[in-house]
Design a protein around this ligand. Structure first.
Ligand code: PMV
Length: 316
C-alpha cells in the first residue's frame, strides 16, 4: 500500500510552540493544500532490527523517522521495526517544506500497516508530533489546525469551502539565506517584544480568513495571508535573542515587484513566505500566467511553479 499526502501552505501561519514536546502551537493556523507537490510512502516489516529509511531511492538517515515511529509506538501500541520508503515529489530546492507531506504520508502508512482505521483528525494529531504543519496535510483544499490546549485538542480538520479559482505561484529564490530550522526560528521569534501582539493579531486574522475562504474572496485571502506572513517575519527581525531574517535581496526584489503589480497594474497578487527565502504568491488561475510572465521579465533565471488546490491523503 502506497500512501500519498500533499504539501500545504499556511495562509495563517504556525510560528511558535507553547509546548515543544507535544508540538502544541501558540496560534491556530489555516492552509491551502497544493496539487503539484506531494510525498508517497510505504512501510514494510524489516529484519534489520531497527527502523530503516530510503528517500528517493537512497538509503537515508533514519533518526527523525525513528524518533517519530517511537512516538507512534507509545500512542498506538508497540510494533516491530519498519522499513520506510518515501518519494518526495517536492523539489527540495523549491523551499517548500516536504516535512508536512512526509509526516502525513508516514502516519497514514503506519496506521494502515497496523490495520487501524482512524479518522483523519486523529491521524493529524499523531502527525503533529513529527512536524506541526503535517497535521494539515490530510485534508484537501483548505484546512485549519486548532491550536488546542493539550494533545487531544490540538488537531487539524477540513475547512468547508466553496470551489474557487485560487492559484499559488512558488518562486524559487536562488542564493543562500541563513539556514535557521523552523523550531529554532520559532524559539527566537518568541523572544520578540511583539510576540504577544502577533498572537492576538493572528486570532483576528484567523477569523477574517475563515470568512474570506467561505466567501471565496481570493483578494481578501491574499491580503490577509500577506499581512500575517510579513508580521511573522518581522518577529524574526525583532527577536531579542539572535535576530535573523530568511529574506535575501532577491526575496525583497520579488516582494517589491508584487506590490508594484498590485498598485500599478491592478493584478491580484499577494505574497506569503515560510522558513526560507522563497516567495509564494496567492493569485487566481486566470492571472497566474501574467504574473509568471512579468516576474520572468524582471528575473529571467527565476524558477516558477504554479500550483492549484490539491487533494487530501490517498491510499493505493
Ligand atoms: O511544521 P514545521 O515545524 O516545519 O513548521 C512550519 C512553519 C511554517 O511553515 C513557517 C508555517 C506553517 O504554518 O506551515
Amino acid at each position: 500500500m502506497t500512501v500519498t499526502a500533499h504539501t500545504n501552505i499556511a495562509l495563517i501561519k504556525y510560528w511558535g510552540k507553547k509546548d515543544s514536546f507535544l508540538n502544541l502551537p501558540t496560534t491556530s493556523s489555516l492552509s491551502l493544500t497544493l496539487d503539484r507537490f506531494y510525498t508517497t510512502t510505504s512501510v514494510t516489516p524489516t529484519d534489520a532490527g531497527t527502523d530503516t529509511f530510503v528517500l528517493n531511492n537512497q538509503v537515508s538517515d533514519a533518526t527523525r523517522v525513528h524518533t517519530f515511529l517511537n512516538i507512534l509506538r507509545t500512542q498506538l501500541g508497540d510494533f516491530p521495526a519498519l522499513h520506510v520508503s518515501s518519494d518526495n515529489h517536492v523539489p527540495t530546492s523549491a523551499g517548500l517544506a516536504s516535512s508536512a507531506s512526509a509526516f502525513a504520508a508516514l502516519t497514514g502508512a503506519v496506521v494502515t500497516h497496523l490495520g487501524l482505521d482512524l479518522p483523519n483528525e486523529t491521524l493529524s494529531r499523531l502527525a503533529r508530533r513529527g512536524s506541526g504543519s503535517a497535521s494539515r496535510s490530510f485534508f484537501g483544499h483548505f484546512a485549519v489546525w486548532h491550536e488546542g490546549v493539550d494533545d487531544d485538542s490540538s488537531f487539524a480538520e477540513s475547512l468547508q469551502a466553496p470551489d474557487m479559482p485560487i492559484a499559488l505561484i512558488v518562486a524559487e529564490v536562488s542564493g543562500q539565506s541563513k539556514k535557521v530550522g523552523s523550531s529554532e526560528g520559532m524559539m527566537r521569534a518568541m523572544t520578540s517584544p511583539n510576540y504577544d501582539d502577533w498572537i492576538k493579531q493572528s486570532a483576528n486574522q484567523f477569523d477574517d480568513m475563515t470568512a474570506a475562504v467561505a466567501n471565496a474572496d481570493i483578494e481578501k485571502i491574499g491580503a490577509i495571508a500577506e499581512k500575517n506572513a510579513l508580521a511573522m517575519h518581522a518577529l524574526n527581525l525583532t527577536a531579542t535573542r539572535q535576530p535573523f531574517t530568511y529574506f535575501t535581496d532577491e526575496t525583497q526584489f520579488i516582494l517589491s515587484i508584487i506590490k508594484d503589480m498590485r498598485r500599478h497594474q491592478g493584478i491580484l497578487a499577494y505574497a506569503t513566505l515560510d522558513a526560507g527565502p522563497n516567495v509564494k504568491i496567492v493569485t487566481t488561475i486566470t492571472q497566474a500566467p501574467q504574473i509568471v510572465a512579468l516576474l520572468h521579465d524582471h528575473l529571467p533565471q527565476l524558477k516558477l511553479d504554479v500550483a492549484l488546490s490539491g487533494p487530501g491523503i490517498t491510499y493505493d
